[in-house]
Every structure is written in C-alpha cells, then in structure tokens.
Design a protein around this ligand. Structure first.
Ligand SMILES: Cc1ncc(COP(=O)(O)O)c(C=O)c1O
Length: 448
C-alpha cells in the first residue's frame, strides 16, 4: 500500500521509534507524525495537530474513536475475564454468536469461528473449505487483497511481484470484471459479465472443477482498486459454484459490518456465499477480532468431522466483548442504514470533484466505501501511476502528503484513492475532508 509518510516534524525522535518495523514500508527516511490520541473521526499527533480520518484508518474504525459504550464494555469485560481456552463454552462468545445470527444473510443461520484479524480469517476459511470438500485447489482474483499471512498473500492477486516466495500449491488466479478497464476488451457491462464468466468456466475446466474447494472473492474489491462487479457477475459465480460443488467464500473483511450499506455486501448485492471472512469493522478495531462466518448447512459438517482449525486467541473473550459492544452500537444507532445516507453525500461530493479535476477519471462505490481513480488523460484513461512496481508512486506520495498537511488522512493503492469515512462522520466533517481533497487534487494537477 502507499502508506509511507515522509513528514519533517520528527527527525529527532528517540531511537525506540525506529525499533518498530513499519508495515509495508522501506524503513529508512520514514517520518510520520507520532499519534497519541483520537476522538470520533479525528486522531491527534503529539503536537496536538488533528487529522480527519477519511478512510477510517485502514477501513477499520467505522465507529470512529473512543465510543463510550464500546470503551466501557471492554473495561468491564477486562475486569471479569480476558481470555479462556476455546475448548470451553463461554457466555460472551455465545452472546456474540446470537447477535451475528440476527444479522446473518443466511435464513438457515450461521456458526462463527474466531480469529484475530482478516488474514488469519482468510487462511482459516481456506482450511475450512478444504476440510469440508476434501479438495485442494482454491481460485482467487488477480485483482484482490486478502492479507499478509502466508495464505492471505497466496490468495492475494495484486503485487505478486513483491513476494519472494513461490505461490502455494493449488492456488489459482483468474481475471474478474473491471468495467472501467475491462480485461475482457469490452465497454458493455452485460458483455463484461458474460465474458468474465466464460473465462472463469474455462479456468475451472482446465483446473478440473472437481479439484476446486473454493472460489474466494471480495464482493467488491477494496484496496486492490475499489472495483464493483457488473450486474449478474456474482450471481453467475454462485451458479458455477453450485454446479460444481465448490464453496463460495466472500472476503468481507473490508465490506462487512455495514460498510457497503447493509450488514454485509452479500446482503446488499443479493448473492449468498457459503462462508464469509470478517475482521476490521466487526469490533471497529477497538479489539483485534476477526473470524469466519459459516452457513449452518456447511458448519454442520463438523458435527461428525474434526474441526481441525484453531488459535490460542480464537474467541479471545476481551476481543469478542469489543465485537458485541460495537455490533450493538451499529444496531442501536442505525449505523448500517446511515451508510446509505453517506453514500448519497459521497457520490455528490466526489462527482463534483470529478467535474472540477480532469485527473479524476472514475468515481465508484457503495455505502460509505468509494474509490476515485486518477488518470493522466480522461480520454485514454491512462493511469496516473501504473499498477506495478515500475509504475512508481511519487505523485501519489505527494498527494497523500498534501492531504496530511491539510489535516486529512486517506490511503489507497497506486492510482486509486479510497474514501471510506467512519459511519459517524457528520456532513460538515465530510465536506471539510472533501475540501482538502479538492486542494490536494489542485496541487497534484499543478505538478503534471
Ligand atoms: C479484503 C481484505 N481481506 C483481508 C485483509 C487482511 O486483514 P488483516 O490486515 O486484518 O489481516 C484486508 C486488509 O486490508 C482486506 O482489505
């Protein structure tokens, strides 16, 4: 990700700051601000400068920071019980399972397996699919991000050039629709769907559909480009899975818990997978919580077979208590529905930016989850920076640096900037954030 922040302010920090390896970054020359506290949609550095968070961190803090109900629930649970082995039943884990069943997209109900984050959850989803089907191969999209664990990296399609390790055996990639830059050489959405499904059928035929345990997809891609699939595509993938006895796994780590205007993107898009991985928004990242939601008809497989998956921290009681509190706030405050209102504000504001700035090639999104795709030329759609290592990211670093200078945080990858604010953002805060985007886009265009 393009997350490297080269500020000036902290050149003389104590050495301990540099003894923490910064994710996804070359360490030399890093100088991000030192963040010491946060409240609502803002976080603050040690000098008191505030940053409005237009991407909810890594699309992970939908409630903003310091929600009193979640903080209190975590405090109370910490006093009672932080952790107990997952081999025991536990009241907190049971309460969460019950709540999850209230928002389940599956009428038949679900069971939950716990992990600590999204990458781990996706690794576990693979294991579950392989245990259930006794098949080995797994298909994932080239345009995808599934995490930084060994399994998550193998599933991930973007930035494969970075990975010094060979791909894991059995992991197969395919191309998915991308209406703005069709890999299937069409500008017609229906044709894109048809050709993409034909391509997937061919991949299945060559790999042997009977060898395939799962197809794993983000229902709308996140940091790999914020791509929304054209109508009928996910339905077509579902039908192929049904035909061949393949489990469909939705990675809802980013889209789950209200981000796209419903509890899950599966609900919004009307396509039911068999498993869904989750993390991030589940606890609004107040505690490290992730996992896999398994539809009842698949989970019941393990009533007579060994569920050979687990972690010391699976169902960490304090982490789950954070999940319960966050989910109750989402439901009590109607925040999943509120993302539909934010969708209207974002669409209006971002389309206005597109009209004002030729560098904005495309605006797309759902709920409180939008991407803007930057181009050198609107006609040719040539990306502002290329989607590979030779592309360089100089202009993008300058863009994010300018946003920070203006007191706004956002992130993205290559030429796609993500705009995914907390669900509690006010219209005035959003307008302030979009104003900073306007200024940063103007500054960017002056350098082109
Ligand atoms: C769609 C998706 N899957 C998985 C992950 C990995 O989650 P984590 O960073 O919690 O391991 C991410 C993180 O950005 C993600 O966006």
């Amino acid at each position: 990700m393009d997350l490297q922040i080269h500020g000036q302010a902290n050149a003389r920090l104590p050495a301990a700051y540099r003894q923490v390896l910064v994710s996804w970054s070359v360490q030399g020359g890093l100088n991000p601000p030192v963040i010491t506290r946060a409240r609502g949609c803002h976080f603050f550095d040690q000098d008191g400068k505030s940053y409005l968070d237009m991407t909810s961190g890594y699309v992970a803090v939908p409630l903003g920071h310091g929600h009193p109900k979640v903080v209190k629930a975590i405090q109370q649970q910490a006093e009672k019980l932080c952790w107990v082995a997952s081999s025991y039943f536990n009241d907190v884990r049971a309460e969460y399972a019950e709540l999850l069943n209230r928002i389940s997209p599956w009428p038949e109900g679900l069971r939950v397996h716990f992990a600590s984050g999204g990458g781990e959850a996706n690794d576990d989803a693979l294991k579950i699919a392989r245990l259930v089907t006794r098949r080995s191969k797994v298909l994932t999209a080239y345009r995808s991000y599934h995490g930084s664990t060994i399994g998550g990296s193998a599933m991930t399609g973007v930035d494969r050039w970075r990975d010094p390790m060979p791909n894991l055996p059995g992991m197969v990639k395919f191309f998915t629709p991308y209406p703005y830059r069709s890999p299937f050489f069409t500008t017609d959405a229906a044709e894109e769907t048809r050709r993409a499904l034909q391509h997937l059928e061919q991949v299945l035929s060559h790999e042997g559909a009977h060898n395939v345990a799962a197809i794993v997809l983000e229902p709308m891609t996140g940091s790999s480009g914020m791509v929304i699939y054209p109508d009928g595509y996910l339905q077509g993938v579902r039908a192929l899975c049904d035909r061949h006895g393949i489990l469909l796994v939705f990675d809802e780590v980013m889209t789950g818990f209200g981000r796209t205007g419903a509890a899950f993107a599966a609900t919004r898009l009307g396509v039911l997978p068999d498993l869904m991985s989750f993390a991030k928004g589940a606890s609004s990242s107040y505690t490290p919580l992730g996992g896999v939601l398994v539809r009842e008809s698949v989970a019941s497989h393990f009533d007579t077979e060994l569920f050979d998956v687990g972690h010391t921290h699976a169902g960490h009681v304090l982490a789950v208590a954070g999940g319960i509190a966050a989910l109750k706030v989402y439901l009590e405050e109607g925040l999943f529905e509120r993302t539909l209102e934010i969708e209207g504000w974002l669409r209006e504001g971002l389309l206005a930016l597109q009209r004002a700035h030729p560098v904005v090639g495309d605006v797309r999104g759902m709920g409180a989850h939008f991407g803007i795709e930057l181009v050198k030329d609107r006609q040719t759609r040539e990306p502002l920076v290329q989607w590979h290592h030779a592309g360089g990211s100089g202009p993008m670093k300058a863009f994010y640096g300018e946003l920070m200078r203006r007191g706004v945080h956002a992130y993205g990858r290559y030429n796609v900037v993500m705009v995914s604010p907390p669900f509690v953002i006010t219209r005035a805060e959003l307008a302030e954030g979009l104003d900073a985007f306007d200024g940063a886009l103007t500054a960017l265009e002056k350098t082109l």
